[in-house]
Design a protein around this ligand. Structure first.
Ligand SMILES: *Cc1c(COP(=O)(O)O)cnc(C)c1O
Length: 382
């Protein structure tokens, strides 16, 4: 699905030199690379504060702790996402409220969001799924109307830019009160282990978050709040500092591959290719670099003739990696079942889990590979 080895080969010299520097310095925790990467990322995202942490799941948990959410508060998020999003809500004894997604963008359905709001609702967690930014004009306006926090789960869309209705542009993850991301190796900006970060423009919240990641300490050995231990280590920061300047190039390479896929499947009536319409602003509907609201963490098709499972097996037989993200909706997972949920509320997600299939998507795909993948698929589901 990804070619981390091929990508590493091209940047080996820079990355190895940075890692060696960390090894020589022996500043393995909180070394200079952590501060440097933090500053570089703040600049890239045009956000006031980046708080590095150990992984993307911690980032979500710490963001929710920092906002002061309390037991019983309802937090609305989507049924169709990786489990980490709902896991941290449940861990903190908040009440997860799962809602359906849109069939074309796989992102939060705004009507479902409006319907899910109760007097107990405190926060909304849009997930920019598969690299595409959710409809943030609508999310922010609903949040404002009901006085709710917005926590963007940006683990899959770092580098994407959202264009508001009024033409303003902002990087994904910096629009809500707080945003989170993951640097898991296969993410668009991946390190060589675990890593994550939290973003905010709010000085006070940033201060609180910096304490929480460090055992609730604001002064050494004085613990003002209950915190956690969640650090980005210096070696991972060195890798990320070396890779960050390449992120836009990486996103472009993914968009190029997505364009190839889209063209190849355009006339196949059994295949729906991913929509790029997430921006509220009417965009051109193509994958272009001006409406760069989609950075294709995944390239996910919907197979509409019932052959999804057969295609999955056929591709594996042909040596073509592919995956079903996600095979089970969160509301149907044992850990998150709840009597409040009705199947009728999840018609889109229930259908997507039967039709979606994600194809190889990374920075090293060449025309020959893409040609083989698309030909094999078109022949099978033609
Ligand atoms: C990867 C991912 C996470 C968790 O990130 P980790 O670094 O693996 O903890 C959270 N949310 C989404 C949507 C993800 O894709």
């Amino acid at each position: 699905m990804v070619d981390l080895k091929g990508q590493y080969a091209k940047i080996k010299e820079t990355v190895d030199a940075s890692i060696e520097e960390v090894l020589d310095s022996s500043a393995y925790i909180n070394g200079p690379y952590v501060q440097q990467f933090q500053a570089d990322l703040e600049k890239y995202l045009d956000v006031k504060h980046v708080i590095p942490c150990a992984n993307g799941t911690d980032a979500l948990q710490i963001a929710m702790m920092g906002l002061g959410l309390e037991q019983g508060d309802e937090v609305i998020t989507v049924d169709f996402t990786f489990a980490a999003t709902v896991e941290v809500i449940a861990l903190l004894k908040l009440t997860p409220v799962l809602i359906d997604v849109e069939a074309d963008t796989f992102n939060m359905d705004i009507d479902a969001l409006k319907k899910a709001i109760t007097p107990k609702t405190k926060a909304i967690v849009p997930v920019h799924l598969f690299g595409q930014v959710a409809n943030m004009d609508a999310v922010m306006s609903v949040a404002k109307e009901h006085n709710l926090f917005v926590i963007e789960d940006n683990a899959q869309a770092i580098g994407a830019t959202y264009t508001f209705e009024d033409g303003r542009k902002q990087k994904a993850g910096t629009i809500g009160n707080v945003g989170t991301t993951s640097f898991f190796p296969s993410k668009n900006l991946g390190c060589y282990g675990d890593g994550g970060a939290i973003f905010t423009n709010n000085d006070e919240l940033a201060h609180i978050l910096r304490g929480i990641v460090n055992h609730g300490m604001y002064k050494r050995y004085y613990h003002d709040v209950v915190g956690v231990n969640s650090r980005l280590d210096s070696i991972q920061a060195a890798v990320l500092k070396a890779k960050l300047p390449l992120l836009d190039e990486y996103c472009d390479a993914r968009r190029d591959a997505a364009r190839f896929y889209n063209n190849a499947f355009a006339s196949n009536s059994n295949i729906i290719t991913p929509s790029t319409k997430s921006n509220a602003t009417p965009n051109c509907g193509e994958i272009c670099d001006t409406c760069d609201c989609h950075v294709f963490h995944q390239f996910t098709l919907q197979i509409t003739n019932g052959k999804r499972d057969a295609l999955h097996q056929h591709l594996l037989d042909q040596g073509i990696p592919n995956a079903i993200y996600y095979p089970v909706p969160l509301h149907a997972q044992k850990a998150y079942q709840d009597d409040r949920y009705k199947e009728d509320d999840f018609t889109v997600t229930n259908e997507l889990i039967e039709t979606v299939i994600s194809l190889p998507m990374h920075t090293e795909l060449d025309k020959e590979q893409l040609g083989f993948i698309t030909k094999t698929i078109n022949e099978f589901v033609g």
